[in-house]
Design a protein around this ligand. Structure first.
Ligand code: URA
Length: 288
């Protein structure tokens, strides 16, 4: 009889399998998801005790002993019955990862932007960022390089971040709402943003940033689900709820706007100082 393959069933099978293995190893009766949760908690606790919360990077690769290529939700019952089918823990990807997301972005054809891009731009930066910076979408330079914010606006963004102790090399992750360049740098259409949003939400879920900084109107409007102008959205923290998280989100002007209009530099600087103050005052969010 065909067995249902829901996530709950897979977890139960994984638990049963791990119990039957009879190993004395601590944690062997946990599913991979539970082990990942425990490991993440312990990492955060250790980071906190060391006074440099979120400075480290770690990818968790626990396995429910399901053959490589099969997700936990789709694992066939035979996998737990057959010793021969049990693969090594290292070989079994059971959890979403930045690499999986990037692979999905690179092969994505969910909207027409996939037809005109040269390179998709998944994002880059620290694996456990203090701040996740979210822009609008790749421009010509980013489309050519496959990396976010590498043109003139990107250089300004790097300077802005640096001025408050942030950097994509150490404590920031930089991504965009849409991962492929809109032709002629037009605004990404609502349907293009909607088609791409799941990638961004998955990134947020994995990265678990302490703060989100929206660079510009499109990022702020998309994440806050509003049509309000950036002048109204900036200058105050909002809260973005993703999965079990409520991440403080600050919007500011896009660096391209600052390059076009000098008058916006002062309010943008006020926003950056506000972010810096929040980080510094947050007992768990400060850097070492
Ligand atoms: N503008 C953006 O919004 N994102 C980039 O990656 C580059 C320019």
């Amino acid at each position: 009889m065909a067995l249902p393959r829901g996530k709950g069933d897979a977890e139960q099978r994984a638990r049963a399998h791990n119990r039957r293995r009879g190993s004395a190893e601590a944690g062997d009766n946990l599913t991979a998801e539970e082990k990942t949760t425990v490991a993440r908690f312990l990492d955060i606790a250790v980071d906190s005790l060391r006074d440099n919360y979120r400075s480290g990077e770690r990818a968790y690769q626990f396995s429910d002993d399901i053959p490589p290529g099969e997700s936990a939700a789709a694992a066939p019952i035979a996998a737990e019955e057959s010793a021969a089918a049990a693969p090594t823990a290292e070989a079994a990807p059971v959890k979403d990862s930045l690499e999986q997301i990037a692979a999905g972005v690179h092969s994505c054809t969910a909207c027409p932007l996939g037809e005109t891009r040269n390179n998709a731009v998944p994002g880059e930066g620290a694996g456990r960022p203090l701040v996740m910076v979210i822009g609008e979408g790749p421009g010509a330079d980013e489309d050519a390089a496959g990396r976010p914010f590498v043109g003139r606006a990107g250089q300004l963004l790097d300077k802005m971040l640096h001025s408050i102790g942030l950097s994509r090399d150490t404590n920031c992750f930089i991504a965009n709402v849409v991962k492929c360049r809109p032709p002629e740098n037009r605004d990404p259409l609502p349907e293009e943003r909607a088609a791409c949003l799941a990638f961004l939400k998955r990134q947020i879920r994995i990265l678990r940033p302490k703060y989100i900084l929206c660079a510009g109107r499109i990022a702020a409007q998309t994440l806050l689900e509003t049509e309000a102008p950036i002048g109204k959205l900036r200058g105050q923290f909002a809260e973005l709820r993703v999965a079990d998280m409520a991440v403080p989100l600050l919007a500011t002007y896009h660096p391209s706007a600052l390059l076009r209009n000098e008058d916006l530099k002062r309010p943008a600087w006020e926003d950056l100082k506000m972010l810096r103050a929040a980080i510094t005052e947050d007992p768990a969010g400060g850097e070492s």
